[in-house]
Design a protein around this ligand. Structure first.
Ligand SMILES: Nc1nc2c(ncn2[C@@H]2O[C@H](COP(=O)(O)OP(=O)(O)OP(=O)(O)O)[C@@H](O)[C@H]2O)c(=O)[nH]1
Ligand SMILES: [Mg+2]
Length: 299
């Protein structure tokens, strides 16, 4: 008699310091870009659900903001999002970089993880950047500090090690039915991802303090199926008049470049032509204002 293996499903949080590659890993595992990723720390601000279906299992990944000691309301919101994703999940992936020994930031995250009973995998990312022989001493140092259920080196960028990671995750998932239909990849509204893609280009194409004071709000999202077109109008909120000038650029050049790159990403996501119009608006101190934070989705 054939014995059928039961279906498995569960929640898996991806946590770690800013910039270690959490969002890149989520996109790599899903094979589709739903989370924005840049070389700037504190890119991700919300918890992002990614639904990954494999034969016999459904894995619900939660990408989270980097855990850091930031000041201010927005930073506190972000860290809260990450910390709350450490409870009520079936497994935690603690992501670190192969390029550096554990630092104070990693120690802080491990202190948080010690308080929960949830099994933790140490996922050592960016192995494409270091020689193999550097991994063993790193694994040794980390395993002295925490009792990890598994230690898995990967490159979120190249996908090296990703299959093995998914196999190990599936072994740990509880038996259960899928939570979401098989054709769903996230529960996030398209408008949210569209706003994020504009913010991604703002982060990529500006420097210094500007990225941290930027919020993007989609005001119009109008589908015109007869033209195979979606018309999108979005407002970029900045904290200072000078920031507005920098984003707009000489004769509007930078804003056009940002819009063009964002449009290409959005067209890939939505699978149709997109007309994207961007506006810049100064909203002093929004990062500290409860109402504005809520309005921009940082409840
Ligand atoms: N070489 C290399 N770079 C990587 C890898 N994974 C991520 N990166 C880069 O690391 C940077 C940060 O990636 P993100 O995915 O935005 O990192 P994150 O942990 O989500 O960052 P926050 O959202 O700010 O907490 C980006 O420039 C990525 O391209 C990797 O495996 N190898
Ligand atoms: Mg991120």
């Amino acid at each position: 008699m054939a014995v059928s293996t039961p279906f498995r499903s569960g929640f898996v949080s991806i946590v770690g310091r800013p910039n270690v590659g959490k969002s890149t890993l989520l996109n790599q595992l899903l094979g589709q870009k739903i989370a924005i990723a840049t070389d700037k720390p504190q890119t991700t601000r919300n918890r992002i659900l990614g639904i990954h279906n494999v034969p016999g299992a459904q894995i619900l990944f939660l990408d989270t903001p980097g855990i850091h000691k930031g000041e201010g309301r927005l930073n506190k919101y972000m860290v809260n999002q990450a910390l709350s994703a450490c409870s009520d999940v079936d497994l935690i992936l603690f992501l670190v970089e192969a390029t550096a020994p554990p630092g104070a930031g990693d120690a802080f995250v491990m202190d948080v993880l010690r308080r929960s009973e949830t099994p933790v995998f140490l996922v050592i990312n960016k192995i494409d950047l270091v020689p193999r022989e550097q991994l063993l001493p790193l694994i040794d140092t980390f395993s002295r500090q925490f009792n990890f259920a598994e230690i898995i080196p990967i490159s979120a960028q190249t996908g090296d090690g990703a299959d093995r990671l998914v196999e190990r995750i599936c072994e740990r998932l509880p038996e259960g039915n899928p939570y979401y239909p098989e054709d769903m990849i996230t529960d996030l509204p398209e408008r949210f991802i569209v706003a994020e893609m504009v913010r991604e280009q703002l982060l990529r194409q500006t420097r210094d303090e500007i990225p941290y004071g930027v919020a993007v709000e989609v005001e119009t999202f109008e589908e015109k199926p007869e033209k195979n077109l979606i018309v999108i109008q979005a407002v970029i909120h900045v904290v200072r008049e000078t920031h507005k000038g920098i984003i707009v650029g000489h004769q509007g050049q930078r804003l056009r470049a940002i819009g063009q790159s964002a449009r290409l990403e959005i067209e890939k996501l939505l699978g149709t032509r997109v007309y994207l119009e961007l506006f810049v608006h100064v909203e002093k101190n929004w990062t500290e204002n409860v109402h504005q934070l809520r309005r921009f989705g940082y409840e």
